[in-house]
Write a protein that binds this ligand. Structure first.
Ligand SMILES: C[S@@+](CC[C@H](N)C(=O)[O-])C[C@H]1O[C@@H](n2cnc3c(N)ncnc32)[C@H](O)[C@@H]1O
Length: 234
């Protein structure tokens, strides 16, 4: 048995009950150290813990797949929800196993942000730059989202200088491409843990630095349908 579990945004209190049950009954729990730390208190003493990083993940997942094929109950933990900015890792798990694997959703950092900032999913588009491969189609999509007067919840890319696309770079890119500097913009860090929030405009964001554990909200400039009062009943 193998199942991929969304561990939630950082505080174990946001892990689903089903996720906690699966971890408590696992023979092997695998993941990146920061995510394993979220669920560590639930891992049984007898269970094997497989910690991996960006460089050795393929080898470590091969070890997990071998345990799974030998009949062990294996759990791979993902940050937040698997279905937002987690699919490339899920694909690596499936490649290691040689077949599709079961997944259990978790609470995403995007959901916590939507709740803190009071934005409605229906009026918001979710984009991640925290992914391998060509980011250009995602950058262009973000421009269209704002031109279409929708909110954008954006996960930045914190990698090396050549690839880094943090809030300041995202803001600069949008301004260069004709998006209004007046868009209300927020950056939230370490949600459900030490939480910090910044509120300003896209223009002000160009000069700000944020940690890797940050998520960005760029609001549309037009009032959202949810903010417009319904006409008096006739
Ligand atoms: C690979 S993505 C995974 C996102 C995850 N699947 C989710 O649903 O939240 C990792 C990035 O998500 C953002 N992130 C994850 N948890 C966060 C939190 N608690 N607070 C702020 N940003 C967070 C950070 O930008 C982090 O570098």
């Amino acid at each position: 048995m193998i199942v991929c579990i969304g561990a939630g945004p950082g505080d174990v209190g946001y892990l689903t009950q089903r996720g906690a049950e699966l971890i408590r009954s696992a023979d092997m729990v695998a993941g990146f150290n920061a995510v394993l730390n979220v669920v560590r208190s639930l891992i049984p003493e007898a269970a094997e813990i497989v910690t991996m990083g960006y460089r050795d993940q393929v080898d470590k997942l091969a070890q997990v797949a071998q345990a799974h094929h030998a009949g062990k109950r294996c759990v791979v933990v993902f940050m937040g929800d698997i279905h937002f900015s987690g699919f490339q890792y899920l694909e690596r798990v499936e490649r290691a196993c040689g077949h599709p694997v079961e997944s259990l959703p978790g609470i995403s950092s995007a959901q916590i942000l939507a709740s803190r900032a009071k934005v409605c999913f229906d009026e918001t588009t979710f984009i991640t730059f925290h992914r391998r491969g060509d980011l250009d189609p995602f950058k262009r999509h973000l421009i269209h989202v704002l031109q279409d007067e929708r909110n954008a919840i954006v996960i930045p890319c914190p990698w090396d200088a050549a690839r880094s696309f943090m809030p300041r770079h995202i803001a600069a890119y949008l301004l260069e491409n004709g998006i209004s500097p007046e868009h209300p913009t927020e950056v939230w860090e370490n949600l459900t843990r030490t939480e910090a929030e910044w509120h300003g405009t896209l223009a002000e964001c160009v000069a700000r630095d944020f940690t890797d554990m940050s998520i960005m909200l760029i609001r549309t400039r037009r009032p959202m349908p949810s903010q417009i009062e319904a006409p008096e009943s006739r």
